[in-house]
Structures are given as structure tokens and as C-alpha cells.
Design a protein around this ligand. Structure first.
Ligand code: NAI
Length: 337
């Protein structure tokens, strides 16, 4: 099948080509992201393969369908950028990579937590400048602290397990509680208890209308003063302006982000020789107790290899008319059993 691969970076080409070696599909790589101005590139391709910041809204999907596309394959887990209702109406199938490596994202969340708590980002810069002062670098023991996990699915549970290993008490919040989470020695709590007890809040639920800005001004005032917030899920879960205010007042003790609500305009590109015009983002970067990585939590060899292989396997299933193992269903889009 002819596959138009959008937002293709060097590593996408390398791993997609390797995964496709046996299957023999025809891969056409485009550096461009999929959006209204670029969807014409997909004309004549039965499959369009996209990533987290590509746009597959109704307009784009209509253009794809009229250009002959029949399958949209996401090289990621989250699917908030796809209008599933429009896809169903147009008869377009949508597949994603349901699970590749929850460890990749959970471990990155832990890396961010350790960095922001122990100020590794500041220590790294200091010691390279031969400054070995410790002022401003004090953190706290994770042992005995309370960690709240919002979204106790695949990634949230791996994160919870690691935190249990540190000797933390783990509280969870999820629309669909799981016994696997409780089996880790963790327990569920409502947002009021989480606000009162959590020293660390880590977000692992999908972005849906219900979870949009789940961390807002009200939620932030409920948190223990000085709590740390980690977001490796989706930027839209956090109301950034409210977080900036909470950082300024000291209500929030630190913030570590791998995702940002307006990241589509910023991430996966080099802006180092220009002026970034997003003032809210620049304000975030000005805080010593904020660290940002550019949506790289998934970025391990194991994860990319599985993502590409699963994507190619989904296309092969589609080509041979088999049931699609990783098809996205409209029925319960915020929860996969
Ligand atoms: P999952 O589907 O296994 O778990 C998500 C959990 O969130 C489920 O248990 C679900 O019941 C829960 N949930 C849904 N709605 C909720 C609500 N309103 N309130 C509380 N909980 C709710 O998904 P998985 O694999 O753990 O991924 C979680 C998220 O991580 C993805 O949706 C994606 O946005 C993000 N992600 C980020 C990556 C990165 O590189 N930064 C890479 C992969 C995923």
C-alpha cells in the first residue's frame, strides 16, 4: 500500500524502513506536518501515517478521503488530534499504537521528577561553569512522600510502581479504577483528598473534553503549598496561565513538562536562531523551578521500534482485509480496557 508518512524525522525514516523491510509497502516521507495546507500531499495514498502534532480535523479528513485515503495510522497512543466522528462519517478507518512502551513515558516522568526535585538542571549548568555552590539546590526525600497519579492506565501504573519502589504513598484518580493499580499497594482518592495530601501530582490520563484543563486555578489552590506537578500526557490537561500564577505565588513548588498546550507551533523544530513569540511559554522557561522537554517521553529505541512495527502491521492487516487489532473505536474513546 502507498503510505504518506507526515512529520517524518530521520529516526522515523530509519525505523519505518526497517519495520517495512518484509512487508514491502510503499513509504513516502514528508517533513511537513499534516494540516489544512499540506493535506494535498497525501492525494493518491491509501494510508496516511501521522504523529502527535499533526491535524486530522474534519476539514483535513474530508480532503484525505476525497484524495483516496482509507486508513489513518497514528504513530502514537494519544488521539486527541483526530476527529473520530468525522472519520467514521467518511468511512475512514483509524488505527493507533495502543501500547508500545509504557516504561518509556513512565521512566521519563520519573526523570523529570528527580530533576526538578534535586535541581539537576541547575547543578549541571553550575558545575560546567566551575561553580560548586549548593545554595538553591536543596530538594526533598521522595521516600515517605505522597504521589498522586491522575490516570491509572498503562503508563500511570508503571509510574505508580516505580514510585512505590521509592517508598512513596501513591494515590490514584481515574474514571475507571483498576484492581491492578490497587495491587501495587496504591489506593484511589477523590481530587479533594489528592489536593490535601499530594506532594507530587503526575498526569497520565488522555486529553478529552472532560480532562481539558483538569489542572486549573481551582485545582492548584487545592494543592499542598509547594507541590510539584509533572505532565507527560498532553498539554491541554493544564491551564498554563493558572500554573504561571501558581509558580509566581509559590503555591506550586515546581513544574516539569514534556507536553505543552501550544506545542504544535513549537516542538520538533529548532527555534534557537529566532525569537519565540509565545510569551506564556517564554515566561514558563524563565522560572528556575520549571523544566521542559519537547514531547520526548516516548523516545526510546524500544518504543520507536514497536511504534513503527505496529504501524506497519496495522497497514498489512488493512491491506489483507483482516480485523484491525489497533482500530480506534468511537464507543469509549477515553478508555481502553
Ligand atoms: P491508558 O488508556 O492505558 O490510560 C489512560 C487512563 O486514563 C485510563 O485508565 C483511563 O480510564 C483514564 N482516564 C480517562 N478519562 C479520565 C478522566 N476523566 N479522569 C481520570 N482518568 C481518566 O493510556 P496510557 O497508555 O497510559 O497513556 C496515557 C496518556 O499518555 C495518553 O493518552 C497520551 O496522552 C500520553 N502519552 C504521552 C506520551 C509522550 O511521549 N509524552 C507518549 C504516550 C502517551
Amino acid at each position: 500500500m502507498k503510505i504518506a508518512v507526515f512529520s517524518a524525522r530521520a529516526y522515523d525514516r530509519q525505523f519505518m524502513n526497517a519495520a517495512n523491510a518484509m512487508a514491502g509497502h510503499q513509504l513516502c516521507f514528508f517533513d511537513a506536518s499534516l494540516e489544512r495546507d499540506t493535506c494535498a500531499l497525501a492525494a493518491g495514498h491509501e494510508v496516511v501515517c501521522i504523529f502527535v502534532n499533526d491535524t486530522a480535523d474534519a476539514f483535513v479528513l474530508e480532503a484525505l478521503a476525497s484524495g483516496g485515503t482509507r486508513l489513518v495510522a497514528l504513530r502514537c497512543t494519544g488521539f486527541n488530534n483526530v476527529d473520530l466522528k468525522a472519520a467514521a462519517r467518511l468511512g475512514l478507518k483509524v488505527v493507533r499504537v495502543v501500547s508500545y512502551s509504557p516504561y518509556s513515558v513512565a521512566e521519563h516522568a520519573v526523570a523529570l521528577l528527580l530533576t526538578i526535585n534535586r535541581k539537576i538542571h541547575r547543578a549541571y549548568n553550575r558545575t560546567r561553569d566551575s561553580n560548586f555552590e549548593l545554595d538553591g539546590l536543596m530538594g526533598f526525600d521522595l521516600y515517605g512522600k505522597t504521589v498522586a497519579v491522575i490516570g491509572t492506565g498503562r503508563i500511570g501504573r508503571v509510574f505508580a510502581k516505580i514510585m512505590r519502589g521509592f517508598g512513596c504513598e501513591v494515590l490514584g484518580h481515574d474514571k475507571y479504577p483498576s484492581t491492578e493499580f490497587e495491587a501495587l499497594g496504591a489506593r484511589y482518592a477523590d481530587l479533594a483528598e489528592i489536593g490535601a495530601k499530594a506532594d507530587i501530582l503526575s498526569l497520565h490520563c488522555p486529553l478529552t473534553p472532560e480532562t481539558h484543563h483538569i489542572v486549573n486555578a481551582e485545582m492548584l489552590t487545592r494543592l499542598k503549598r509547594g507541590a510539584l506537578l509533572i505532565n507527560t500526557s498532553r498539554g491541554g490537561l493544564v491551564q498554563t496561565e493558572a500554573v504561571v500564577e501558581a509558580l509566581k505565588s509559590g503555591q506550586l513548588g515546581g513544574l516539569a513538562l514534556d507536553v505543552y498546550e501550544q506545542e504544535a507551533d513549537l516542538f520538533y523544530r529548532d527555534w534557537s536562531s529566532t525569537v519565540v513569540s509565545d510569551d506564556v511559554f517564554e515566561r514558563l522557561l524563565s522560572f528556575p523551578n520549571v523544566i521542559v522537554t519537547g514531547h520526548q517521553a516516548f523516545f526510546t529505541r524500544e518504543a520507536i521500534s514497536t511504534i513503527c512495527q505496529t504501524t506497519i502491521d496495522s497497514v498489512s492487516e488493512f491491506a489483507s482485509g483482516r480485523a484491525l487489532t489497533n482500530e480506534l473505536c468511537l464507543a469509549s474513546p477515553d478508555h481502553e480496557p
